[in-house]
Design a protein around this ligand. Structure first.
Ligand code: PDD
Length: 277
């Protein structure tokens, strides 16, 4: 299995960047995770558009042309023979002697790895989520590699027997999961997810689900929801490139609906998988 590092395909075990890479020192970089299904990249353009936006906001140059990026992704997937799994790509501002200011000369670092995996493995049985305070910075719309709050949140979820932690803002509204967007089907039948803003990462899967919901005539509302509304929901789910639409059957110690995956979640998952095929 190879990784791609700055122009080279190298065996995964030997793949490395310099100790003064700004991703390592400052989390000064962004990343994407794209799902591979039957050898094809799902929503590739959406992911590359978001990468473009994040790089622009951080004023990091593209490490190569977009066309070349697409080529490298395909080459690595081909070399590694991945039919189902994911590709991870990361761009940092580059390697330079440690200094907070942007380095004058550094060229961005580009690395990619692949992983084989049966994604959305929990999508049938459903998962548990816990809720935690959202302690992240104020630009959660940027997919940066500064993920410490998410690491702590996901670890706490795991230690408490849950799949994901929903982060809750200071006003008591759910922002999103540590690595997924959060959704509920309210007691009166509206599909609700938080609107895109600086408070959440606007998931590519989230955007696909909203398009599917619109096409299928599902009533949806992009607005914040609080924990009381979540606890009273008929259904709940999380969405991401790796979890697709995964039903949530428990939030903290309350069952969602009857405690089993609901009909809308199943329908959205099926439509999402069809869209991915
Ligand atoms: N995480 N919100 C956060 C905070 C995320 O990290 C992610 C993705 C999402 C869902 O975005 P998308 O649908 O584009 O995958 C929402 C990836 C999978 C990760 O960090 O591994």
């Amino acid at each position: 299995r190879d990784a791609y590092v700055n122009g080279r395909y190298v065996p995964h075990a030997q793949a490395a960047v310099h100790v003064e890479d700004r991703g390592f020192q400052f989390a000064d970089g962004v990343y994407e995770v794209v799902c591979i299904r039957n050898g094809r990249l799902i929503d590739e353009d959406g992911h590359l558009d978001r990468l473009d936006r994040c790089l622009g906001e951080l004023r990091i140059a593209w490490p190569c042309e977009r066309r070349v990026m697409r080529l490298i992704m395909r080459r690595l997937i081909g070399r590694n023979g991945v039919r189902n799994g994911l590709i991870y790509l990361q761009v940092t501002r580059g390697t330079a002697a440690r200094d907070f200011r942007f380095p004058a000369a550094a060229r961005p670092t580009l690395v990619m790895t692949t992983r084989r995996a049966a994604l959305a493995a929990n999508a049938r049985a459903g998962v548990r989520v816990i809720t935690i305070p959202d302690i992240r910075w104020k630009r959660c719309d940027l997919k940066t590699v500064g993920l410490l709050a998410q690491v702590l949140g996901k670890q706490e979820a795991a230690e408490r027997g849950a799949f994901e932690a929903w982060q809750v803002d200071e006003d008591g509204f759910v922002t999103e999961g540590t690595s997924s967007n959060a959704w509920i089907l309210t007691a009166d039948g509206a599909l609700v997810t938080r609107p895109a803003s600086h408070d959440i990462l606007n998931g590519i899967t989230r955007q696909s689900i909203l398009r599917i919901a619109a096409a299928e005539g599902v009533r949806f509302e992009e607005r914040p929801f609080d924990l009381d509304e979540a606890y009273a929901a008929r259904e709940a789910f999380v969405s991401s490139a790796t979890s697709f639409v995964t039903p949530v059957v428990r939030i903290d110690d309350r069952a969602v609906g009857d405690g089993t995956p609901g009909a809308l979640g199943r329908r959205l998952l099926e439509a999402y998988v069809a869209h991915a095929e």
